[in-house]
Ligand binder design. Sequence first.
Ligand code: PEP
Ligand code: MN
Length: 348
Amino acid sequence: MIITLKKNNPAQVEPLITWLESLGISPHFIVGKQQTVIGLIGDTGVVNIDLIKSFDIVQDVRRIKEPYKKVNRKFQNDDTVIDINGNKIGGGNFQIIAGPCSVESWEQIYSVAQSVKTSGATILRGGAFKPRTSPYSFQGMQAEGIELLLEAKKLTGLPIVSELMNISHLPLFEEIDVIQVGARNMQNFELLKELGMLKKPILLKRGLANTVEELLLSAEYIMAGGNENVILCERGIRTFETATRNTLDISAIPVLHQKTHLPVIVDPSHAAGISYLVKPLALASVVAGADGLIIEVHNDPSHALCDGAQSLTPYEFSDLARVVREVLPFAPPSYTYCSTPNKVICPA
Ligand code: PEP
Ligand code: MN
């Protein structure tokens, strides 16, 4: 349920808040550019809409039918902008994250970090703990991989994204700038609850067989705990098609923008599974309104310990980054999706 206020006058708002809290409802204030709204979290079935309307300060009350609240565009109309060490994502700010699937050695991570930085990547990715289908595959360099990432951060200045699979590893991630929740953990609800207690940005990847609504509910788990810094990532879903590793759900980009204020980035590498497809999928994502890209780059893809087939060489990445900059002006502006009057795409 959301309450739109006539004006944000604390003296008049307080009795309303006290009353709502007495019903076990937590009010969540969103002070927007145009208006202040209060989102109600809890069992709103117990609240009588007419009683809310009887408060003078209230302009309008609406029930939100979707099961996700804090991530809902109806709750917060303005795009969330997430700041990663000065690199903003969302609300018209676009970033390219790049790096290897897994950290393999100092020489590898440092050379990839330097080359992607030169080509325009602003954030470095690298897996230290790898979710592998086979227990016999390379599982990542683990704690040592994190150390190498932090060393690369020190020397290049690039903030780091890395995947956390087990909450017991959290102390190792203290200086990691963005924690990735991988596709296979999108519905690891206990992990999501723990990450909800942090303030660090979370990159939440869509599960292999999950709907947009399920992705939004997983983001809701993190936000419900108090962590508002969630970046959503479309990375391809399983379909009957076998020509690609996954099927990139391009429609998810505008659909998510319409349903949520959270930034949406795209991982064309895991969607494609093969390097020649990464560039066309990246370009399609940008024009469909992605707020950023996450791209796998390896200095020697044919010898990569993980996901070599989909990894770009540094040269291919620089070409991708160049054409992405060329098409960015054609991307829909973020306001396209807002539900305020005079905007184009959103249904009323
Ligand atoms: C990754 O980013 O290397 C990864 C394993 O991604 P996903 O969880 O999307 O498969
Ligand atoms: Mn990978």
